[in-house]
Design a protein. Structure first.
Length: 101
């Protein structure tokens, strides 16, 4: 089942296979999605840099894709990964660590 890329970018929620922790949120375009399928590693589209990037390309903290599912509207991806090292650029395990309530 192919996601719906008609608006260009889809949010991709990344979760860790072992713990089910939500690690991060990033965006994919059709090209990064295809590269993810081809390589088995996560590829995203950087809105700030206007280019594709491979998770771990500079840090070495890679994500091996285990499963990809889409929501009912096919406009959001949920990607289960095997995470190597921390997922967040701050060095934290997850990007979601700032508790509000």
């Amino acid at each position: 089942m192919k996601p719906n890329f008609k608006d260009g970018l889809l949010p991709a929620i990344i979760i860790e296979e072992k713990t089910n922790d939500v690690l991060m949120l990033a965006y994919m375009n059709e090209e990064s999605y295809q590269k993810t399928l081809e390589t088995g590693k996560t590829w995203f589209y950087s809105r700030s840099r206007q280019r594709l990037w491979n998770k771990g390309e500079t840090s070495g903290h890679c994500q091996k894709v285990k499963r990809i599912v889409t929501d009912c509207d096919k406009d959001t991806l949920l990607i289960t990964v095997e995470q190597t090292g921390p997922a967040c650029h701050t060095g934290k395990h997850s990007c979601f660590f700032n508790v509000i309530i």
